[in-house]
Design a protein around this ligand. Sequence first.
Ligand code: NAG
Ligand code: NAG
Ligand code: NAG
Length: 235
Amino acid sequence: MYTFAYCSLVVVCFGSISADVNSDSGYNFLVIVTDDQDIMLNGMFTTSPICCPSRSSILTGKYAHNHQTKNNSRSGGCYGRVWRETIEPAALPVWLSQAGYDTFFAGKYLNEYFSASIPPGWSQWFGLHGNSRYYNFTVTENGKVATYTNEYFTDYLDTKTVNFLKNLRADRHFFAMVTPPAPHAPFTPADRHKDLFPNVKAIQTPNFNISSSPLRNIDGSGTRQFVLKILIRLF
Ligand SMILES: *[C@@H]1O[C@H](CO)[C@@H](O)[C@H](O)[C@H]1NC(C)=O
Ligand SMILES: *[C@@H]1O[C@H](CO)[C@@H](O)[C@H](O)[C@H]1NC(C)=O
Ligand SMILES: *[C@@H]1O[C@H](CO)[C@@H](O)[C@H](O)[C@H]1NC(C)=O
């Protein structure tokens, strides 16, 4: 198991050699990306510790100055024209699909994704529209837009993912990427969990709430995220 920290995003990747597939070379992947864990993992590095640029790096293997997603806005490249026309058509799911993989995505994609189209390379697609939410969400389900009011999004992702994993094709490898918004704000618990911990307060390490808006002050005042202070000057 490999664990990579993208500062605000934490990626847990399970890779296993499949015994089922005729050729015994190749791996299956289940990648789970959690959002805003605000934890520090020793010996781990982030390319750019902010949501959309980080997600873009995970999907392309490129640094932000190459995939050109600089912040979480359309104007900063988040699901912008360059991404859609140049970067996305030659990203990880496309390479994997060309290599014969079944590719599955469920969850939050890029913060500015509000589209009925399925990004290239995915065999199955359940992409959340916009940023993190838990109830009352809109998703593009394999090209069809649907809105759910009372379903809890983490449960929705669970159902779709387990369904995919239960129906794997024996003759193909798979890459599944599951990206729940949890535990990103607004921290809405599932109804069945909301009264479970009435007197418990979350532990707050010195990392807690270092800056709620690290990009707001270009001179770096108000943020201790020194990597961002340097990166912003490069753009
Ligand atoms: C995102 O980046 C673009 C291009 O550099 C800039 O115009 C925009 O103000 C930035 N948005 C935020 C919220 O920082
Ligand atoms: C659901 O979200 C839409 C916009 O995304 C909003 O207009 C509506 O009020 C929300 N409904 C509930 C029950 O929260
Ligand atoms: C986080 O910090 C900002 C100011 O930097 C403050 O306005 C906000 O209330 C803080 N949030 C929490 C949950 O402490």
